[in-house]
Write a protein of this length. Structure first.
Length: 340
């Protein structure tokens, strides 16, 4: 159980540094001891941009180069670079970091799939103190025209030392990204194609919540989304739950697992309807879906809530340990004083 607490401290202490499309050209963070910088090629649509922006040409090969610099004057640093396709996080943000999400069913190509045959999407390397290295990916577009936007990133992660992995000492971890945007040459206006694929009752940290799976099947990114959710018992018109969130965004061809709080109480078994209204500028989307909460699902959520509620009280445990330790130290000091 103490291992779990140590793991919690480790997670809370982990620091990841990411950039948005408007970030500075040289990306760094305090304590990271390294920077990454995009090196634009002749194919860059606008060299004043601080990310990779390319206009797609069929069968054209593009070079994406990022310079990684070790700023430490004494330490050799280990790195891992990845070429990624952007996804959408459950918090309504375009996600440029690694995830366990499978390839979206509506996505024609991922960035790693466009790599030339002799390249790997993951590159590992080491840098001596005060040295630099270029990380290069070469991608080749397919014969057919690209439609819409393909969004991704080059993600660079500083790897912990092997000795650090085997100790319980808290270690900071640093990651940085440079986004990649590849746009179709023919800018045909596109709208998001949204669907509400699934609604289910789940448990998060012992608390019940509804998870609505919203899918964007269009190769277009959009943001400033306001989502209004209402949950109704089947056959009624009075909403049991309402929720509103703002400033969400979605990547092209991606899925948003939108979470709806149930006020810490799971809904009773039965059939319900979820209605979603998504607004982005002048665009409005209405989605709705009927879903059922079974006895089995309700019991599983209730059991997780009970397990969490009856779990160990870490605050009390650590308070007791602190008191015992302090008492032992006082006894030791007192014993030494009397002996002297």
């Amino acid at each position: 159980m103490f291992l779990k607490k140590g793991l919690l401290f480790l997670i809370l202490s982990t620091l990841s540094c990411f950039i948005a499309l408007q970030a500075p050209k040289t990306v760094t963070a305090a304590g990271a001891d390294f920077t990454i910088t995009p090196i634009h090629s002749a194919a860059q649509s606008d060299t004043t941009l601080d990310y990779f922006s390319l206009i797609a040409q069929p069968q054209q090969r593009y070079t994406l180069t990022t310079q990684v610099a070790n700023l430490s004057a004494t330490e050799t640093l280990d790195f891992e670079a990845r070429l990624l396709t952007a996804t959408t996080s459950s918090y309504g943000r375009i996600n440029y970091i690694p995830t366990d999400q499978p390839k979206d069913k509506s996505l024609a190509h991922t960035l790693p799939e466009l790599l030339v045959s002799d390249q790997s999407a993951i590159q590992k390397f080491s840098l001596a103190p005060n040295t630099k290295q270029a990380v290069t990916y070469q991608i080749q577009l397919p014969k057919t025209d690209l439609i819409g936007t393909l969004l991704g990133s080059i993600y660079v992660h500083r790897l912990p030392k092997a000795a650090q992995k085997t100790t319980t000492q808290i270690q900071n971890e640093f990651s940085m990204i440079i986004p990649i945007m590849i746009r179709a040459e023919k800018q045909t206006p596109l709208l998001p194609q949204l669907s509400l694929d699934k609604v289910s009752l789940q448990s998060a940290g012992g608390q019940p919540e509804l998870v609505a799976v919203v899918h964007n099947a269009s190769p277009v990114m959009f943001g400033k989304i306001k989502i209004e959710a209402a949950v109704y018992k089947k056959g009624t018109t009075k909403a049991l739950l309402r929720q509103m969130v703002k400033d969400f965004e979605m990547a092209p061809n991606s899925t948003l697992r939108h979470k709806i709080a149930t006020n810490q109480q799971p809904l009773p078994t039965g059939t319900y309807r979820l209605k979603l209204r998504l607004t982005s500028g002048a665009k409005v989307f209405h989605l709705n879906r009927t879903f059922t909460i079974s006895n089995q699902t309700r019991q599983a959520v209730d059991e997780k809530k009970i397990q969490t509620a009856t779990g160990p009280d870490w605050a009390k445990i650590w308070l007791i340990i602190s008191l015992i330790t302090s008492g032992c130290l006082l006894l030791l000091i007192g014993g030494l004083y009397l002996k002297r």
